[in-house]
Design a protein around this ligand. Structure first.
Ligand SMILES: O=P(O)(O)OC[C@H]1O[C@H](O[C@H]2O[C@H](CO)[C@@H](O)[C@H](O)[C@H]2O)[C@H](O)[C@@H](O)[C@@H]1O
Length: 265
């Protein structure tokens, strides 16, 4: 599967979608989410690949402006057609016109922002770091108490249900966000828009599983899929589902460089 899809991509690049998750795949995981910069070798490789592949896309839980800042994608030669689906597919940015489409902030997220600090403090989790992304709020526990995230999972699920939100668990984080979209929807849209015959998707975390599901389902409809896992000691849920397991963002960068070399760009 791995080598045949790669060979098909090299033979037919203009019908290929290359879609990548950001954190843990393009960027190393770090304590401070505002400093998780994309791997420079990956960005260089994407700029090469962007000149020949049908579509290069980032599909991320990040809001578009953060992905743009941390990725350094704006104005980068080779990435003039880059598309970013942010906030698990709720937002879309297109380098071609620089425009972002984004829904209104749900009232339930506003309500959550009001109650969450005291709600966490009452549960001994006042040290958890909140990341308000507009359409979601992430509760980060990296570097705080061991087991804190697990202890918050069930009560946060109850709170999400009360507010009509859904829970998005991740690496030392739980996000509460509006329902109705996920990374699978983003990947299906990208495939449809391109008329893709070959799809490469790379991810590292639970939020990437709907994209894996989408690619798996499209294989039955004749789309050639390659699922890459950017592996970590923190999350192994994607390993058994992946066609190719790479050892984190450094190895992802190497794989992208090799693909660009194979394509002669
Ligand atoms: O869909 P992704 O691109 O993988 O984004 C998922 C979330 O990633 C970020 O959090 C994670 O990365 C941080 C920086 O390395 C790390 O500190 C944190 O522990 C990780 O969970 C980001 O902050 C979230 O907004 C994204 O939704």
């Amino acid at each position: 599967m791995t080598s045949s899809t790669r060979a098909a991509v090299v033979a037919d690049p203009s019908h290929t979608l290359l879609a990548l998750d950001f954190d843990g795949t393009l960027a190393h995981i770090v304590d401070d989410p505002t400093r998780a910069y994309a791997h420079p070798r990956s960005v260089d490789a994407l700029a090469r690949l962007g000149t020949v592949l049908g579509q290069v896309a980032i599909v991320t839980g990040r809001p578009v402006p953060q992905a743009l800042e941390l990725g350094g994608f704006v104005g980068r030669p080779g990435l003039e057609r880059l598309v970013i689906h942010g906030q698990y597919g709720a937002e879309r940015w297109d380098a071609a016109d620089g425009e972002t489409t984004r829904p209104e902030r749900p009232a339930a997220i506003g309500r959550l922002a009001e109650v969450l600090p005291s709600w966490l403090a009452e549960r001994g989790a006042g040290d958890a770091r909140l990341e308000d992304k507009g359409l979601a709020i992430a509760i980060h526990t990296r570097g705080i108490g061991e087991g804190l995230l697990d202890s918050l999972a069930a009560p946060l699920a109850d709170l999400a249900r009360e507010l009509g939100l859904v829970v998005e668990p991740g690496r030392q984080v739980i996000e509460l966000r509006a329902p109705g979209h996920d990374k699978g929807d983003a990947v299906r849209t990208l495939i449809r828009d391109l008329g893709a015959r070959h799809v490469v998707f790379a991810g590292d975390d639970l939020g990437d599983l709907p994209a894996y599901d989408a690619v798996d389902a499209l294989r039955d409809q004749g789309v050639d899929g390659l699922l890459i896992c950017s592996a970590s000691a923190e999350q192994d849920a994607l390993v058994a589902r992946a066609d190719l397991v790479l050892e984190g963002p450094d190895a992802v960068a190497g794989w992208l460089e090799e693909l660009a070399d194979d394509l002669g760009v």
